[in-house]
Write a protein that binds this ligand. Structure first.
Ligand code: MTE
Ligand code: CO
Length: 390
């Protein structure tokens, strides 16, 4: 802006008159000028909004923590509204002492605070056969990353006393969908949590208030919301969500099962189709997110030419296992066409594959676990489109 900018030389209303007092906003909301920063649904994807999904506006966010009101929502039977005083968690099956916990009981166990991403296994699932949805909110927005407060599942299972034959755990939600998933006991005893807090306050109803299961690094479907029942068994239950759903149909017609872990993945969130380049050539801040269900991200590379040449991006902010990582790459845009890509590498050396590499192993009939490299085409006007290069 120029030196004679009237916004600096003339006194504005907000500079002249006092504003709202401290009692006007007992629970604060974002500025009215941020009203466009919201979760969005893709109406044609599902037949109604009850068993449906909306998407995190990744292109409007920064850092690694998803604001509580912007976490994507995936419900199979809408949002259960549960009064905490009426909520119970039961542990039964192959245990010495079947137990029922109230919320007050749960809050007497030692607590922990952990930052984890949750990614729906179907995230990017619409992109298997080629570029489809125009914006990272829709291609990659079935993910959020929160600080959870809760109790290690191990403490609750120890209280019930798992019998030696116990090898699997069934988690069930209290919503009308009857959501159930089988989880190996080793995972349950390792880092799973029963969470009642997110980002320092109570869970939101959309995220499973009053409690949800946290299954770090594993597919979002297993993170049962409105958690009401944990059964210990000696084998998986083979329920709907682990047979007809959440299995990966391969090219030969056979399906992979129990593919729990979320693979190393990344996406450039800015610029991107919903966040075009409006400022013309010159200094540009490219930014994005990377994550791995196996642990930390050790490196992210970015390409401007569809994967021919790569530069290492700058990771910024906390680097926590099984959490989102934020990366930046600052450069001078000369106004030429770009084919932007990012490629994440995790601390175990796993490298995010190209979509062609992924399809050569998995075929194109899959829905879940698409962690292929995303391409955004930038034209000379700064307009951006979801494309594929090969
Ligand atoms: N738990 C219950 N009880 N009911 C559900 O519909 N959806 C699952 C999982 N847990 C679901 C559930 C799916 S498929 C995903 S991806 C995550 O919750 C979504 O979590 P979110 O709504 O916090 O984003
Ligand atoms: Co899901």
């Amino acid at each position: 802006a120029g030196a004679s900018e009237s916004l600096i030389t003339e006194i504005q209303d907000w500079n002249r008159y006092p504003g709202d007092g401290v009692d006007a906003r007992p629970y604060g909301k974002p500025s009215e000028f941020e009203a466009h920063v919201v979760r969005k649904n893709v109406p044609w994807l599902t037949s109604d909004a009850i068993s449906s999904v909306n998407f995190t506006p990744l292109h409007e966010l920064d850092g690694i923590i998803t604001p509580s009101g912007l976490c994507f929502e995936r419900h199979h039977a809408g949002i259960a509204e549960i009064e905490p005083a009426n909520h119970r968690l039961m542990i039964h099956g192959l245990v010495e002492r079947p137990l029922v916990f109230t919320m007050a009981d749960l809050k007497r166990f030692p607590r922990e605070n952990k930052v984890y991403f949750l990614e729906c296994a179907a995230n990017t699932g619409m992109e298997w056969r080629g570029a489809q949805l125009n914006g990272c909110q829709f291609t990659h927005g079935m993910i959020h990353c929160l600080m959870y407060t809760g109790v290690r599942l191990k403490h609750l299972l120890d209280e019930a006393g798992v019998k030696t034959e116990g090898k699997w755990l069934l988690a069930e939600g209290a919503d009308a969908s009857g959501m159930t998933r089988s989880i190996p006991l080793d995972k349950a005893l390792d880092d799973c949590m029963v969470a009642f807090g997110m980002n320092g306050e109570a869970l939101r109803p959309e995220q499973g208030y009053p409690i949800r299961l946290v299954v770090p690094g594993w597919e979002g479907n297993m993170w049962v919301k409105w958690l009401r029942r944990l059964e210990i068994g000696d084998q998986p239950w083979q329920h709907r969500e682990e047979t007809s759903k959440y299995t990966d149909l391969m090219a030969n017609g056979k399906a992979r099962r129990f593919t729990f872990e979320m693979d190393v993945k990344s996406v450039i969130t800015n610029p991107s189709p919903q966040a075009p380049i409006l400022h013309g050539r010159g200094p540009l801040v490219l930014s994005g997110l990377a994550w791995s269900g196996k642990g930390r991200i050790s490196r992210v590379d970015v390409s401007m030419d569809g994967g021919r040449n790569w530069t290492t991006a700058r990771l910024d902010g906390p680097s926590l296992p099984k959490a989102l990582h934020r990366f930046y790459h600052e450069f001078d845009w000369d106004g030429s066409d770009l084919f932007l890509q990012s490629r994440a590498i995790d601390e175990h050396g796993f490298v995010q594959p190209t979509k062609d590499q992924l399809r050569s192993v998995r075929g194109a009939n899959s829905i879940y676990h698409n962690n292929g490299i995303q391409t955004w085409h930038v034209n000379s006007d700064g307009v951006i489109e979801n494309v594929e290069v090969s």
